[in-house]
Ligand binder design. Structure first.
Ligand code: HEM
Length: 226
């Protein structure tokens, strides 16, 4: 297999297969198993480690994901922001800090699920596969930030055009083919996670319970020993 064919497979074929699976299966699962559209909380089984894992993980992953989305949607604004070295430095350091926060949270999630027998009992194979994929993805992300710094710049300049080329159905893998292998793996795994998304508890991302922000607080009372 030539390098060209290999790139076509990894950065054109695979992304489209994953995106098609994502769209078809999220809709199919929503229509056939809407009650399973949840993060399947395990907070009632164990709450302390839960707090110290789930909260940092979500702060980290939401901010890091928002950063990726911004560089994809408004790459020019990011490049303009970066024209000032201090602003570029602030962006770089913040992104790395939230990357580490995600990583710590992710390790906490896995340690909790392995260490607590009740939580382990409700953890299924798809959870373990998901946690492994997310852990590898976060490790890759943090490694890229450490070994290939100033990502906000090169992402906006080279990866955003590749991603747009995929979404506009004019795929051009040349942008990504010249990237270091850590970056390529991060891109490939991102599409794999998107394809795996509808089969996991990640579907909760699509059904955010927004009314929680303004509904009245709810008191839960235990009538027996916990
Ligand atoms: C869109 C905003 C999001 C909201 C409101 C949200 C909310 C939640 C909630 C309420 C839980 C259940 C925690 C529990 O009680 O056990 C949860 C779990 C989880 N979330 Fe999110 N989430 C969001 C985004 C994300 C994103 C972007 C990811 C990763 C890409 C993610 C990954 C996870 C994972 C892996 C769990 C399972 C943790 C565990 O139980 O071990 N979430 N989320």
């Amino acid at each position: 297999m030539t390098q060209h064919t290999f790139d076509q497979f990894l950065f054109v074929g695979l992304p489209y297969v994953c995106l098609v699976i994502f769209f078809l299966m999220t809709i199919y699962r929503y229509r056939t198993q809407s009650f399973s559209y949840s993060s399947l909380s395990s907070q009632f089984l164990e709450n302390k480690q839960h707090f110290w894992a789930v909260v940092p993980f979500h702060y980290g992953v939401l901010i890091v994901t928002a950063g990726h989305l911004l560089a994809f949607l408004v790459p020019r604004s990011i490049l303009i922001w970066n024209t000032h070295p201090l602003r570029m430095f602030i962006l770089e350091v913040s992104a790395l800090a939230f990357g580490f926060l995600t990583l710590l949270g992710m390790i906490g999630l896995i340690v909790r699920r392995l260490g607590n027998p009740k939580v382990r009992a409700v953890t299924v194979l798809s959870d373990w596969v998901l946690f492994a994929l997310l852990l590898i993805q976060v490790v890759l992300g943090v490694s890229i930030a450490v070994f290939h710094p100033w990502g906000a710049g090169w992402f906006s300049a080279s990866l955003a055009p590749y991603l747009w080329s995929v979404f506009l159905l004019r795929p051009d893998p040349t942008y990504v083919a010249a990237m270091p292998w850590l970056v390529k793996l991060h891109v490939i795994l991102a599409f794999v996670i998107v394809g795996y998304f509808p089969f996991t508890r990640l579907v909760h991302v699509l059904v955010i319970p927004n009314p929680y922000l303004w509904r009245k607080t709810q008191v839960v009372r235990w009538y027996s020993r916990r």
